[in-house]
Design a protein around this ligand. Structure first.
Ligand SMILES: *Cc1c(COP(=O)(O)O)cnc(C)c1O
Length: 349
């Protein structure tokens, strides 16, 4: 059985007491009649964006809720998932007192956000096969451990964490378990979204930056219980998702067929890339991946990285990351870009 968790006990005192800023768009409730808006000091002349955006992003949330089969009240949207993650720190972690757990090698923002917010980041290395090390995690947590970050599929390793391990952590960790699913749409494995009801301490983040091809508009999604979402809503800037982003995101998520055919092409490109990599003499290991990138171990990552730069191709050198010595992370591109990468890899020796 999951341990009983009182979410309110995890919230910072100042946030618990806080009365959120009430914007002009919040105070007026739409009546359906044609109204004259003189409440927000906007310029009345039409530019398409002369009005403040909907602070609750209702249209976008309704559509996301429909697609993912959750309630709109279980969604918080942010200026990229980076903002969503920052809000989690600010709502739940008391600076100088609380701590979070992250599992390197992983996404670098958890650590950066911890540092910005003056929160101790307790790092527990993944195992050699890039799975969470449960007993070590449990030995590092205490009553001030508020957030545990599980990035799955993980960046930069590409693997999805074992389901049993995640369940064990959801049951044993008494803070919030954040599952970062930035790459979930490239994975054949199921999202944790369908289990939100089951685990009251589960928070899932997703983004339009990867599979949805919208990194430039900055839209991050947080899915959690209504109770957790209500807490985050109290501290989010009222207009954190701008009008252009809301419009572009809505159009894009309605374009289901285009998105899924692009994802299918990327997966096909990934398969071809992996096949070629098996023939490249200086590639020593290709790690299994559920994402739109492949991590490989090579003879000398830094010199291979520079050789590829010389040929006009930029990849990510991950050699300084723990457990990632001499690894390179290759993002799958268009068919043409993949061909260029493949040709360059084959030409190196
Ligand atoms: C790319 C990425 C994100 C995306 O962040 P945005 O701010 O939404 O662009 C989040 N988490 C991980 C692990 C990523 O690799």
């Amino acid at each position: 059985m999951p341990t009983k968790i009182n979410i309110q006990d995890l919230v910072r005192e100042n946030v618990k007491k806080l009365k959120p800023y009430s914007s002009a768009r919040d105070e007026y409730k739409a009546t359906g009649t044609e109204m004259v808006f003189l409440d927000a000091n906007e310029n009345p002349y039409q530019t398409d964006v002369n009005r403040y955006p909907d602070p609750h992003q209702r249209n976008l949330k309704d559509e996301l809720a429909k697609i993912k089969e959750v309630q709109p009240e279980q969604i918080l949207l942010g200026n990229g998932s980076d903002e969503v993650l920052d809000l989690l720190f600010r709502a739940f972690c008391e600076p100088g007192k609380d701590n979070v757990i992250s599992l390197p090698p992983t996404y670098g923002m958890y650590k950066v956000l911890a540092e910005i917010n003056n929160i101790e980041n307790r790092e527990v290395l993944l195992s050699q096969d890039f799975e969470p090390n449960i007993s070590e995690i449990l030995s590092k947590i205490d009553e001030n451990s508020k957030l545990l970050f599980l990035c799955s599929p993980n960046n930069p390793t590409g693997n999805t964490f074992s389901e049993e391990k995640v369940i064990e952590l959801l049951q044993k960790f008494k803070g919030l378990v954040i599952i970062d699913e930035a790459y979930i749409d490239f994975s054949g494995k199921e999202s944790w979204l369908s289990r939100l009801q089951q685990y009251p301490n589960l928070v899932i983040t997703q983004t339009l930056s990867k599979a949805y091809g919208m990194a430039g508009i900055r839209l991050g999604i947080c899915w959690a219980s209504e109770e957790i979402i209500e807490i985050l809503k109290k501290i989010k800037p009222p207009y954190n998702v701008n009008e252009l982003t809301q419009q572009r995101a809505l159009n894009r998520i309605l374009d289901v067929d285009v998105v899924s055919s692009e994802v299918a092409d990327i997966l096909k490109g990934r398969k071809e890339l992996v096949e070629v990599l098996q023939e490249v003499t200086f590639v020593e290991k290709i790690y299994p991946t559920d994402a739109n990138f492949v991590l490989v171990k090579v003879d000398d990552a830094t010199s291979r990285y520079h050789q590829l730069i010389e040929k006009g191709i930029v990849i990510r050198n991950r050699t300084t990351q723990p457990l990632c010595e001499n690894t390179l992370r290759l993002t799958v591109g268009t068919t043409e870009e993949n061909q260029k990468l493949i040709a360059a890899l084959k030409s190196l020796n």
